[in-house]
Each structure stands twice: as C-alpha cells, then as structure tokens.
Design a protein around this ligand. Structure first.
Ligand code: SF4
Length: 281
C-alpha cells in the first residue's frame, strides 16, 4: 500500500485541527474511566450514537461502577439494556464485570480476552481509557481513511494498516475520535460532503466504493426483532415471569417458543415449569 512520504503529517494536522473546532462532544469522551469507556464501546458496537446517548446515561446511573454491574442480577441488566438490541452484549458486559473483580485489564490482550470484546473494542478501550497509540478501525474510519488514501472504502485490514502509518502517536484518542466524527458527519456512506471536509485537497476518492457492504439476511433481522419483543415483555412482567401462553399472547409470533429456547441456551432467560422469566441472578 503506497502512502506518499509527505502525506502523514499533512493528513494528521488537518484531521486534528478539524477536531479541535468541530468534533462532537460526547459524554464518553469526557472520561477515561475504563469501565465507562467499555460500556460506551459495547453499546456503540451495533447501535447508533443518538440511541446510545440516553441509554448510556441511564445505564451508568443504575450501574455506576464495575462492582455495581457485577453485583446486579442479569435480569436487571437486561431491563436497563432495553431498546439497544443485541442483548448478548449486556450479558457479556456483565460477565466481564464479574470476571474482573480487581478492575478491567489495561492491556489489549487482557481486554480482548473478555467476553464479547474483540480486537477492535479492546484497542478502542486501550486507546480511549489508557492512551495507547494502537491502530484500529471501525466502519467510519475504514471509509474515511480508505476513500482519502485508496480512493475507495478500505477493508478492515487495509484501514488498520493506514491507521498505523498515518495515526497520531501523541494524540491517539483525539485522532480516532476525529476520524469517527468525519465519517459520521461528513464522509458519510452516500453523498459525502467533500466541500466541508478537512481532507478534500488530499483526498483520492473516485466516487466509487468497491468494498461491498454485507447486508444481514432479512430473516436474521426479523428474529432479532422478536427476541427483543420477548425480552421487553419479560422486562415488564413481575419478577416471577410469565407463562409461555401469556408470552405468546404478548408477542404474537409463531417463533416465540423456538426463540425462547435459543434465549435460554444463551442464558438470557430462565425457563421452568412455571414459565419464562429474566434471570434472577
Ligand atoms: S474529501 Fe470527501 S471522500 Fe474524501 S474523505 Fe473527505 S468527505 Fe470523504
């Protein structure tokens, strides 16, 4: 991958200076508490910023520390997660808290070993909470770095390599926040606003993105919707849970029994002779 020798300094300077004047002020950027940073990164994995903002505030009010999250019942954690979807994230976040009685690991390998935390989230937490200058790339970073240098969206591997070559070692958190913001507000997937972009004069974008975006099959999306409805219905029920019959009345869908079984296999609900409920422990 060819990167002009003069490009990194120009590129970095423009990105960082744009961030100083135009970056987004988000609550998880005002803290370096590893727990709070991890909560934000896990929530942001598959949910948009606008939906994460109220959920993040609510979640941290209820579980202000790693210890508070570890001590809560999974049912209460799932109730606070309501509206964010992908509930396995909540279960894994709590498992991480329960396995980290001495605090979260500070190194990438330790973070990566936590349930539900992959290389991207581990690197992001190490960077934002501990200032590690490590390369990583989410969808926005892939788009910005890829378009600007390669003329098209980059694969994750390409973007991480570009990030390694171009990124700021002195201000790694600001650098990554800036790229995320440019990707979210200017270098958007459709019709990028190149006229407002700090990289317009060095950008190689050709107008064609040749990295095909993988769409989830509609069936998976719709299973997810019904799973969410089941958990919401259980969240509103009394602690003892509800009978399967009542649950099928609340969530009118033939897939309820099958999806209850899969939720139970993942530890997200408890099934007994009396019915179904959110985990009490
Ligand atoms: S100039 Fe346009 S295509 Fe290039 S990085 Fe900026 S917004 Fe994206």
């Amino acid at each position: 991958m060819y990167v002009k020798r003069t490009l990194p300094a120009t590129f970095r300077g423009r990105v960082l200076s744009w961030y100083r004047s135009s970056g987004r002020d988000l609550p998880w950027r005002r803290t370096q508490d590893p727990y709070r940073v991890l909560v934000s990164e896990v929530m942001l994995q598959q949910t948009q910023v606008a939906r994460v903002l109220p959920a993040y505030a609510r979640f941290l009010k209820r579980f202000p520390t790693l210890g508070a999250l570890a001590r809560a019942s999974l049912g209460d954690v799932l109730r606070e997660w309501s509206g964010l979807g992908y509930n396995r994230r909540a279960r894994d976040l709590q498992l991480s808290a329960r396995r980290s009685s001495r605090g979260l690991p500070a190194d990438i390998a330790g973070l990566d070993a936590l349930p539900g935390v992959g290389p991207y989230t581990a690197s992001a937490v190490a960077c934002f909470a501990h200032g590690h200058a490590t390369p990583f790339a989410d969808t926005n970073i892939r788009r910005v770095l890829g378009r600007a240098v390669l003329g098209r969206s980059a694969t994750e591997r390409e973007a991480v390599e570009l990030d390694r070559r171009l990124g700021s070692r002195r201000e790694p958190a600001r650098w990554h926040h800036a790229l995320m913001d440019i990707g979210a507000t200017i270098c958007v997937a459709r019709r990028p606003r190149c006229g407002q972009c700090p990289l317009s004069s060095v950008c190689a974008y050709t107008g064609v993105d040749d990295v095909v975006r993988r769409r989830q099959p509609p069936f998976a999306t719709s299973d997810r919707r019904v799973r969410g409805a089941i958990l919401r219905a259980l969240g509103h029920s009394r602690r003892g849970g509800v009978t399967m019959r009542a649950l099928r009345r609340a969530v009118i869908d033939t897939r309820v029994p099958r999806l209850v079984r899969s939720l139970a296999a993942e530890g997200l609900v408890e099934v007994s002779e009396r019915g179904v409920r959110l985990p009490a422990r």
